[in-house]
Design a binder for this molecule. Structure first.
Ligand code: FE2
Length: 292
């Protein structure tokens, strides 16, 4: 088994010309792709979500990487749902799922690109299955050592991450003043329903040697100590025990956290290779996993 993997490229933080007509748009992305590549790339690349915020950039990066890779498998991260400017909101009619559909259509019509959304692809006798996934309240309840209401966890989620104000299902979020100069965002994204739909997609996979998700299916051993006891870490994980037990994958590749990981738990290897934001992981690039 041999493949390359990376996650959390956040392309628009590294290539900052966004207009396709700008003289540097294409060459910036080509130079960036060159910096990502390992010395001896494998034929297959896995990208575990959060590639960027803009279809024009993300699709061109994939096009450039296809000059090196025969197959690229990818899942969405939370940032693939972000609508970060007024013009992007207008383009997708305030619907993050239309933004995702554009990328899925692009992958479906481009040979070598495979968008995993509850499906599998078999390449050289290795079956890859995946889905972007999302978080559940397992870690929150573990830290609180008790059952916690969904509304408490969702309330913290809305305040803790940018997701809620950037992800929409057709209606732009709006602010409500709460007194003393503070305000809260009101939107139409339901993270609990979204998790359930994602979980059902992943659970529908019957066989996979390698699983690809954006969110991690367990609290992996190499998680940095400072995150282990933080409630915000809840939004990086879900309880994947049932799926791990059923599929018993050899490898699970994930992202979302910007801390690299390489752990073996029971018979599964858990890998995370985040590129991250500028200056976050100096020297990061695509890496190769090999196992006989
Ligand atoms: Fe993420």
């Amino acid at each position: 088994m041999k493949f390359d993997y990376i996650s959390d490229i956040h392309l628009d933080f590294h290539c900052t010309e966004y207009r396709t007509t700008h003289k540097n748009f294409y060459k910036d992305i080509e130079a960036f792709a060159k910096r990502l590549l390992p010395p001896k790339p494998s034929p297959t690349l896995l990208i575990a979500g959060d590639t960027g915020h803009r279809f024009e950039q993300d699709s061109y990066l994939l096009t450039v990487l296809l000059r090196t890779y025969s197959n690229i498998l990818l899942v969405h991260g939370n940032h693939e749902f972000y609508l970060i400017t007024d013009s992007i909101r207008a383009k997708y009619k305030n619907n993050s799922f239309l933004r995702l559909a554009e990328m899925k259509d692009f992958c479906d019509s481009t040979p070598g690109l495979h968008f995993l959304d509850g499906n599998t692809v078999t390449i050289d006798s290795i079956t890859y299955g995946g889905c972007g996934m999302s978080w559940d309240k397992t870690h929150y309840e573990l830290l609180c050592e008790s059952e916690v209401s969904t509304s408490e966890v969702v309330s913290f989620y809305k305040r803790y991450l940018n997701d809620y104000r950037n992800i929409s299902c057709g209606t732009a979020p709006y602010k409500i003043p709460t007194g003393y100069g503070a305000s809260v965002f009101c939107g139409d994204f339901d993270p609990i329903r979204f998790f359930e739909s994602q979980y059902n997609k992943l659970k529908s996979i019957e066989k996979a040697d390698v699983v690809l998700t954006h969110y991690a299916p367990l609290l992996h051993p190499s998680m940095p100590e400072q995150y282990k006891h933080h409630l915000g870490t809840s939004f990086y994980y879900f309880n994947g025990k049932e799926i791990i037990d059923t599929l018993a994958p050899k490898v699970w590749v994930f992202g979302h956290t910007h801390s690299p990981a390489h752990d073996i738990v029971d018979n599964t290897t858990y890998l995370c290779n985040p590129y991250g934001y500028p200056r976050e992981n100096p020297g990061a690039r695509i890496i190769t996993y090999t196992k006989d």
